[in-house]
Design a protein around this ligand. Structure first.
Ligand SMILES: NC(=O)c1ccc[n+]([C@@H]2O[C@H](COP(=O)([O-])OP(=O)(O)OC[C@H]3O[C@@H](n4cnc5c(N)ncnc54)[C@H](OP(=O)(O)O)[C@@H]3O)[C@@H](O)[C@H]2O)c1
Length: 259
């Protein structure tokens, strides 16, 4: 039997797109975690139906957690619920997947677009890491004889994008200008670096992961990758993360992307 990828995981924005596929592949995996917390901002709404059906089918493993990543009170409530469900154990892995994109030219981009996208793509993952930090520390401490870092021990994966890369901007800017999205994801990468440094002492790995260009509502139908293919690659990368990957930006095939 395959060894478990980790005991517990929280995925944000898991009612559709890459997040839903992550929950699906996590629960279907032979090394499935014991507990999967599926964060979703409107668990009783029509857009959460597929997730609810999946959770119903795997009710001993999946817990749907109401989690709007822009709500401080919501994050605090979700961390309390997850803590209670963990019953004294820590949380091994957080996948900060929830994200938004408001595309448009510079002329179409104003303060509201910049602030709204920043709030979801940067402030949300920061507040989640901060609020769940005690649970991540508890998970890392459950491996007293292990000094190395891994996703099975304790980790935060921030779902970023190739479009966050400042180095690669000159070659892909004209295809997708997307000011709020690019700027916010570059800031998310800095959050990754700060958290990786800060959490090193606690044994918590932190990295940014680009899923590829994927067929979702955000990626659009012309994207070359199906969600299943992207997520299967992401899962391989996440399970094989080691200390040297903390504070880096990798793609779904495990290749390094320059900042
Ligand atoms: N698709 C791509 O080609 C691509 C490429 C690079 C990176 N990414 C990144 O991959 C991640 C997932 O993208 P996707 O393609 O799956 O996008 P998607 O199909 O648009 O799904 C986005 C998910 O995020 C959730 N979400 C948005 N704001 C939220 C909030 N405040 N609180 C909680 N959940 C929230 C959405 O929930 P609702 O249903 O409630 O809106 C939805 O579940 C994002 O971080 C995105 O930037 C995607």
């Amino acid at each position: 039997m395959a060894s478990r990828m980790c005991d517990s995981v929280l995925v944000t924005g898991s009612n559709r797109g890459i997040g839903l596929e992550l929950v699906r592949q996590l629960v279907d995996s032979p090394s499935s975690p014991l507990q999967i917390f599926a964060g979703c901002r409107d668990p009783n709404g029509p857009r959460a139906q597929e997730l609810q059906e999946l959770a119903q089918k795997h009710r001993h493993v999946i817990t749907v957690v109401q989690l709007d990543t822009t709500s401080l009170a919501g994050i605090a409530d979700a961390s309390k619920l997850v803590e209670a469900k963990l019953n004294g154990r820590g949380l091994n892995l957080i996948i900060n997947n929830a994200g938004v994109n408001i595309p448009g030219s510079l002329a179409e981009t104003g303060k509201r677009e910049m602030v709204d996208v920043f709030t979801t793509n940067v402030v949300g993952p920061m507040l989640i890491a901060k609020n769940f930090h005690p649970l991540l520390c508890k998970a890392a401490a459950q491996f007293p004889h292990q000094t190395s870092m891994s996703s099975s021990r304790s980790a935060v994966v921030n779902v970023s994008t190739l479009l966050s890369s400042i180095t690669r901007c000159p070659e892909n800017f004209s295809i997708s200008p997307m000011y709020p999205y690019r700027v916010s994801k570059a800031a998310l990468n800095m959050l990754t670096c700060c958290l990786a440094e800060d959490f090193k002492k606690d044994g918590i790995l932190v990295m940014s992961l680009h899923p590829g260009w994927v067929q979702t509502e955000m990626g659009g139908p012309q994207a070359p990758l199906a969600t299943a293919e992207s997520v299967s690659g992401m899962m391989k990368v996440i399970t094989s993360l080691t200390e040297k990957d903390s504070g880096t930006l990798l793609d779904w095939e495990g290749k390094n992307i320059p900042w």
